[in-house]
Design a protein around this ligand. Structure first.
Ligand code: AMP
Ligand code: ZN
Length: 681
């Protein structure tokens, strides 16, 4: 919208004989751009004070832009009287990249104000703007926000007109009920098949309640498109539209909002209910969907002989010393100022949003997101996943705080590491979120566990130097000394994550939770991050099998609810998420194998150079067979762990990928190839 007007006299007259201003509208905070203080700028300042608006003053286009970027003012008033001070028009020119507020203003609105320093004239001008365009903007934005909330909500939401014609269903509704929007909109709800399980008079009861303008809440059996009945906790709220008109429809007088709550709202009751639900206990024995998993060797017999190591950074990109590690401990990175921020989930650029569309699928391509975000996938994916799980609501923290937190955590991952960078963290977060949606996992965890798991996944390798614990110990690094050669990196990741988070209120996502809740959350996060240490791998897997898989196979249903077992589930969850790359689709699996191998090779290179013990001699770039290394990794660590996790969480797609990948590596090995891929034909 672009409006231009002047009072009383013609535009040219104003230009030549009078002072005038451009006024740009957006929200409600006022920025005055005046090169010098005078009666006119004072008039606006006082008017702002009288109107109770917050007012900032900038003297130059550059400071105006800086101030605007910080506060995102609702009104910008620019002095256009003295062109010798600055070029007011340039400041407003949309095509200028530097020192122009225009490209940043959503509602491209301008008007001119003839000079009048009288405070009441300024005040009237501000009020007119507030009551007109500013409020209209607020409403538009509020509507936008509500629709975004509806679209993002995990609850299925259906909006009908008063005469029960469906006006809108959100994506969660489509996903849960199996219908596409287009199949439902415009249909009366009685045309949509209903389950026979409902009491015959239920609809009449609901209707009479709604007719009285009252809300109805209760259990309702709906029918999915595929004919399955689904039990729902339903809340139906009649909403009277403005001035007797409907909110969404042109004709009827009121709309009904039907909210079907299945997921994370009413969290505690949901979890209690789920725990009561029947448990489908599966066998704990190894199995593959087509029996081919037998080709993977059961690892338990050989597990203890394996040297357990972690991967390293790309040598040459970053020369590391013990001092550097400790330097980053003491001085964790702040958010780099050159990184432009997504303003909110809404403002994520479409290209990035598009690459995240299928983030709830196991086959989601994290490397696409890595490329689209210029190696900042964690912030974007974090925003989306945390919002999907209602983490901000749980923590009672503004989205802006979450955003700053994600940015500062991501900035503390080393992008120069070929494996342990923020893409790995984003990948682990992705796998964690995927596992949290599995029915059995949902049955066993509370909302606080879900939040802890997402946070733990995000931070679990923060500030990873690209060298393994053994390397750090052998090199006598300050981190190894600080943590007594014990779980050096994992201790560092957990400790640093809390330092970064609590150091500054701007990114402290825990700021608004109660002390006890914070303690519980903190304990759970630390426990999960420490569980990623590979020397404890078999201990965690064995405990999980003995305390959870076996009792479940014997139908001991209470196993899911004990606090000790919840801890075991959470540890297993983050461990499986952390090393799930052999269960990813083949192309992704190969890419991860390439990255990890490069880090291992780099460590071996550096160990040789520095005369340190070579802790993983197999990973010598001159002799290593990558297929063999992957076969061993799968045999030793992955097979048994994922068999147990699959028996618990039911992950046939992951097991299928694992089998395919295992066969792929075997195929290369049988051809005596050492490389990631076969040579081109
Ligand atoms: P983390 O350092 O938390 O990522 O721990 C996971 C461990 O598993 C690290 O030691 C990694 O080196 C190792 N790892 C993960 N994926 C692979 C893979 N495809 N091949 C070999 N080792 C792996
Ligand atoms: Zn990791």
């Amino acid at each position: 919208m672009k409006v231009c007007w002047q009072r009383g006299i013609g535009y040219m007259d104003i230009c030549l004989c009078f002072f005038f201003f451009f006024i740009y509208l957006f929200f409600l905070q006022v920025l005055l751009v005046f090169a010098k203080e005078d009666s006119q700028s004072n008039g606006f300042c006082w008017a702002c004070e009288k109107a109770n608006f917050r007012c900032s003053m900038a003297r130059t286009p550059e400071s105006a832009l800086e101030c605007f970027l910080e506060k995102h003012h609702d009104l910008v008033i620019i002095d256009h009287r003295h062109s010798r001070h600055f070029d007011a028009e340039a400041l407003c020119r949309p095509d200028r990249e530097e020192a122009s507020v225009m490209p940043l203003i959503n509602a491209g609105f301008n008007r001119r104000y003839v000079e009048n320093a009288n405070m009441m004239a300024c005040y009237n001008e501000l009020l007119q703007l507030e009551h007109g365009e500013v409020r209209a903007q607020f409403k538009l934005r509020a509507g936008n926000a509500i629709f975004t909330a509806l679209e993002q909500s995990q609850e299925a939401i259906e909006i009908t007109s008063e005469d029960q014609v469906i006006q809108y269903v959100n994506p969660a509704y489509e996903a849960i009920m199996g219908y596409q929007q287009g199949e439902l909109i415009g249909k009366e709800i009685i045309e949509v098949p209903k389950s026979e399980k409902n009491k015959p008079d239920l609809l009449e009861t609901i209707n009479s309640c709604i007719r009285k303008g009252k809300e109805w809440q209760g259990i309702y059996y709906a029918k999915k498109k595929n004919g399955d009945s689904i039990q729902q906790n339903v809340k139906i709220t009649p909403v009277i539209g403005q001035g007797g008109h409907p909110i969404l429809l042109p004709s009827p007088k009121c709309v009904n909002v039907q909210c079907y709550f299945y997921s994370p709202d009413i969290q505690s009751s949901k979890h209690k209910d789920r725990r009561k639900g029947s448990l489908d206990v599966r066998s704990t024995t190894s199995r593959g969907s087509d029996g081919s998993s037998q080709r993977r060797h059961s690892s338990m017999a050989r597990i203890h002989s394996m040297t357990i190591e972690a991967p390293i950074t790309k040598d040459g990109l970053r020369r590391l010393s013990g001092n550097e590690y400790i330097f980053s401990t003491k001085h964790p990175h702040h958010i780099p100022s050159h990184l432009t921020t997504p303003l909110s989930l809404n403002d994520i650029p479409p290209r990035i949003a598009q690459t995240m569309e299928n983030e709830d699928s196991w086959d989601f391509d994290i490397f696409n997101l890595e490329a689209a975000t210029m190696k900042r996938p964690l912030t974007y994916l974090g925003l989306k996943i945390f919002s999907r799980f209602g983490v901000c609501e749980f923590l009672n923290c503004p989205e802006a705080t979450l955003r700053s937190w994600l940015q500062v955590i991501e900035a503390n991952y080393h992008s120069s590491n070929s494996y342990h960078n923020s893409t790995h963290a984003a990948d682990v977060l992705h796998a964690t979120a995927y596992f949290l949606c599995k029915e059995r996992v949902k049955q066993s965890l509370d909302p606080i566990d879900e939040v802890a798991a997402l946070i733990a996944a995000t931070v679990h390798d923060v500030d990873h130097p690209g060298r393994t614990n053994s390397f750090l110990c052998n090199a006598g690094s300050e981190l190894a000394i600080l943590y007594n050669d014990t779980a050096v990196l994992e201790s560092h990741h957990a400790a640093l994550a809390f330092q970064i988070t609590t150091r500054d209120d701007k990114c402290n996502i825990f700021k608004n939770i109660e002390r006890n809740e914070y303690r519980t959350l903190r304990q759970a996060i630390i426990d999960m991050v420490l569980a990623t240490e590979m020397t404890k791998h078999f201990e965690h897997v064995n405990k999980f099998v003995n305390s959870i898989n076996k009792p479940l196979a014997e139908s001991v249903k209470s196993v899911l609810t004990s606090p000790e077992n919840r801890i075991l589930v959470k540890r297993m969850l983050i461990k499986c998420a952390d090393i799930s790359n052999p269960c990813r689709p083949q192309e992704l699996c190969i890419e991860w194998a390439g990255r990890i191998s490069e880090e291992y090779f780099a460590q071996t290179d550096e160990e040789k150079r520095q005369g340190l013990p070579v802790v993983m001699p197999v990973f010598d770039r001159n002799t290593c067979s990558i297929p063999k290394s992957q076969i061993s990794f799968i045999d030793y660590f992955i097979t048994d762990m994922f068999d147990a996790w699959d028996a618990f969480a039911d992950l046939p797609n992951l097991m299928q990928h694992l089998d395919n990948n295992f066969k792929y590596w075997k195929g290369l090995d049988e051809r005596k190839l050492h490389s990631l891929r076969p040579p081109p034909e």
